[in-house]
Design a binder for this molecule. Structure first.
Ligand SMILES: *Cc1c(COP(=O)(O)O)cnc(C)c1O
Length: 404
């Protein structure tokens, strides 16, 4: 698997140049956006041979594209760039993070390996896809220490997230990869991004991203990508062609552009997140703060009172699911991102009902703190009211005036 291109350039340099090396020779500066669904060819004998080759191997087509469900040059640039950032041989892009996970599970079940071992918490919908058995897989949920024991002959995949959504729990990926033996370890690297963590270097064979989050970075594009070796990528490309979960070329264009600012965004947003995490940790209205040792721009915290009042109280921060955008978002996992996970399973995953998950953006730290501080006070007044007098009709009282 060591055909991975030797990276001598730094991540920051790769972020702006990978997938674009040929542009100057083409007389271009920005990457071209190719929206074609189909491509003309008068040589149908040659096309037949190329299609046979793809069906047999799943190797990326060489020469002109054939049909947009098979390949697209703009999307290929994004795949190439992301692979370079993750340090893998290649990458395969999908319509969303969930489409990427689906293709990965289908690739394993197609090989007769229907059993998955997974560690909670995972992103709510990933948990649901496994728990529901919707794709015919069977899951065994374990603690990291239980991975080796849970592996059976028909185990096709071990799935973990680190830092995990939404608790930001961190795992020792190198130790995990060791416990997996010959079973591929898939790490969802959505939260860390390759700026903070490159799971392939720790032994993960498959690295998943919801590109919707930090890779896009602006809250305006849905996408997913698997960074992996060429052998697994060939299976993924065949599944993508057959099932159609392709990334739209415009999304590929936006994601490639997003990658160029990824290192700068992640570092700036992480610095602000670290400031907010420290203040929250010192705040009596907050009972627990989850902030990864690795750093990052996600902060989760448990409040003493009603978390819904904090969501209702923010003004600058957007109360919305999703993450990784240039603006700050906050949500209540128990109500939104992890609602689809059964209550007991949420608890097993350490997802408290008092937990809030915040994705820190590029705003000024003081402005964000002012908004959080105000929203936390609104909650406190509501809770005090709740404790001392029953709320008629369950309505929340007006929040206390903001204090700076
Ligand atoms: C959002 C998310 C996903 C799913 O990605 P979509 O692009 O929404 O399909 C998977 N894993 C993690 C960690 C996520 O945050």
């Amino acid at each position: 698997m060591e055909t991975t291109p030797a990276t001598t350039r730094s991540l920051a340099t790769e972020a702006v140049h990978a997938g674009r090396e040929d542009l100057a020779a083409l007389g271009l500066h920005a990457a071209p956006l190719d929206l074609s669904t189909t491509y003309p060819s008068h040589d149908s004998r040659a096309e037949a041979a190329r299609l046979d080759e793809f069906a047999a191997t799943g190797a990326q087509l060489t020469g002109p594209p054939v049909y947009a469900r098979l390949d697209n040059p703009t999307v290929a640039r994004f795949e190439q760039a992301l692979a370079r950032l993750e340090g893998t041989e290649t990458a395969v892009a999908f319509a969303s993070g969930m489409a990427a996970l689906t293709a990965t599970l289908l690739a394993r079940t197609a090989a007769g390996l229907r059993h998955v071992v997974a560690v909670r918490p995972l992103y709510g919908c990933s948990d649901h896809l496994l728990s529901s058995g919707l794709l015919g897989t069977e899951v065994t949920w374990v603690d990291p220490a239980g991975i080796a024991e849970a592996i059976r002959p028909e185990t096709g995949l071990v799935i973990v997230e680190s830092p995990a959504n939404p608790t930001l729990a961190e795992l020792d990926l190198r130790a995990l990869a060791h416990s997996c033996g010959t079973v591929p370890l898939m790490v969802d690297n959505t939260f860390a991004t390759p700026v903070l963590q490159r799971p392939h270097e720790s032994g993960a064979r498959i690295v998943l991203h919801s590109a919707t989050k930090y890779l896009g970075g602006h809250g305006d594009v849905l996408g997913g990508v698997i960074a992996c070796d060429e052998e697994f990528a060939r299976q993924l490309r065949q599944i993508r062609f057959a099932t159609g979960g392709v990334l739209h070329p415009l999304a590929g264009y936006l994601l490639l552009r997003g990658l160029s600012t990824l290192p700068v965004r992640v570092r700036a947003q992480s610095a602000t997140a670290a400031v907010l995490a420290r203040r929250l940790a010192d705040d009596p209205r907050v009972t627990r703060v989850h902030y990864p040792k690795l750093g990052g721009a996600m902060v989760a915290f448990e409040v003493a009172g009603d978390p819904h009042e904090v969501i209702a109280g923010v003004r600058l921060i957007t109360p919305a699911v999703s993450l990784g955008s240039v603006d700050t978002l906050i949500q209540h996992p128990g109500s939104i991102s992890h609602r689809i996970v059964a209550e007991d399973d949420r608890r097993t995953g350490g997802i408290s009902d008092r937990l809030l998950r915040m994705s820190v953006g590029l705003e000024d730290a003081e402005d964000l703190w002012y908004d959080l501080d105000t929203a936390l006070s609104a909650r406190r007044s509501a809770t005090r009211d709740l404790e001392e007098t029953p709320r008629p009709g369950g309505r929340s009282p007006a929040p206390e005036p903001a204090r700076r």
